[in-house]
Design a protein around this ligand. Structure first.
Ligand SMILES: O=P(O)(O)O[C@H]1[C@@H](OP(=O)(O)O)[C@H](OP(=O)(O)O)[C@@H](OP(=O)(O)OP(=O)(O)O)[C@H](OP(=O)(O)O)[C@H]1OP(=O)(O)O
Length: 317
């Protein structure tokens, strides 16, 4: 059965297994279902797999392990973060195609030197410290589409060239260390828009040491996915130890998931909302013009409509 210890696979941190077991349902799609076996879609429904949707025999990360015939944009528009939903990467309404287990994904990782603090966050999402040149061949093997760098500094020589050469889009967020400044809500929204969008996967997210900035971002993703705070902090500590920061724990504890709700809808629909506003404006203008042309005039004698009966009565006298 899938447990959080498989998510944080490079570390041998002790976990609260009982609690983890109760959280297994958070990752319904992580349960391995092999060809011909019956599995669960995580909503209590039984699903059977066919050869076209089973990827457990795939031997590399060359192509994404998940093929879901869904309109991702529509899915993202409907994504309401912060409501209990188990997994923000694979919300309940995404097609229930079985997803390989974490152990299976781990067994498919390429050979070579891994960046420090490397881990699998979800299928197609990895985390680490700042990759060094020795790690490039391993990273190449991940067939990444996107690297998210949570620090702006002078990058190691050849890093940008390496990403360019491999056609990896590089999203850099200029952020201070978390002990200097907590991650701003708007910055977190922008990061989540990149990381949760499966069109950007496979994706690697990293900062300097993969502890604090990355830990907080992943913690927020877990929190908006409905993980218990206990598990969010367990995972944070697994990567941040022995340098876990009290400010990060406080940040994750107090983080209001509501501040992230509908980030895709709000963002992507900005142009259509602006269009709606101008349409309403145009409609009002047309109504006013028609009203004016039809001969209706606003009272110019300083007498309001409500005063007219009184005025008319006076003039009758
Ligand atoms: O010792 P300290 O508390 O002063 O922290 C040092 C450094 O510790 P070290 O010197 O013992 O290695 C931290 O590294 P670790 O704690 O991860 O080992 C580093 O965090 P970091 O790696 O960037 O964090 P992430 O990449 O994981 O987000 C932090 O940078 P800021 O986060 O920007 O504050 C540094 O602070 P400063 O020197 O003021 O810039």
């Amino acid at each position: 059965m899938f447990g959080l210890d498989n998510v944080v696979f490079p570390r041998s941190t002790k976990y609260d297994h009982e609690d983890m077991e109760s959280q297994v349902g958070l990752y319904p799609a992580m349960q391995t279902t092999r060809k011909g076996e019956l599995g669960s879609d995580g909503e209590g429904n039984t699903t059977s797999t066919s050869s076209s949707t089973t990827h457990s025999s795939q031997s590399s990360l060359e192509s994404s392990p998940i093929i879901r015939p869904v309109d991702i944009q529509l899915e993202l528009d409907n994504l309401e973060l912060g409501v209990p939903m188990k997994d923000a990467f694979y919300p309940p309404w995404s097609h229930p195609t079985p997803v390989p287990s974490m152990l299976e994904l781990a067994s498919r990782l390429p050979a070579g030197s891994r960046p420090g603090n490397f881990g699998i966050v979800a299928p197609g999402v990895f985390r680490s410290s700042f990759p060094q040149s020795d790690d490039y061949s391993f990273i190449e093997g991940l067939k990444l589409k996107t690297v998210v760098t949570l620090v702006q500094k002078e990058f190691p020589q050849g890093y940008v060239g390496f990403l360019d050469k491999n056609g990896i889009q590089h999203k850099v967020f200029d952020m201070k260390g978390t002990k200097k400044e907590e991650i701003l809500v708007e910055t977190m929204k922008s990061i989540l828009r990149v990381v949760l969008d499966r069109r950007n996967h496979p994706l690697l997210i990293h900062c300097n040491h993969g502890r604090h900035r990355t830990g907080c971002v992943i913690g927020v993703i877990r929190k908006v996915s409905g993980w218990s705070l206990n598990n969010v902090l367990t995972e944070y500590n697994a990567y941040a130890a022995p340098k876990a920061r009290e400010c990060d724990v406080k940040y994750l504890t107090n983080f209001e998931t509501a501040s992230m709700s509908t980030i895709f809808r709000d963002h992507d629909n900005l142009p259509s909302r602006a269009y709606g506003f101008f349409r309403a404006l145009l409609f009002t203008a047309v109504v006013l013009i028609v009203w004016r042309l039809a001969g209706f005039h606003l009272p110019t004698d300083g007498v309001g409509v409500a005063d007219r009966p009184e005025r008319d009565a006076k003039s009758d006298e």
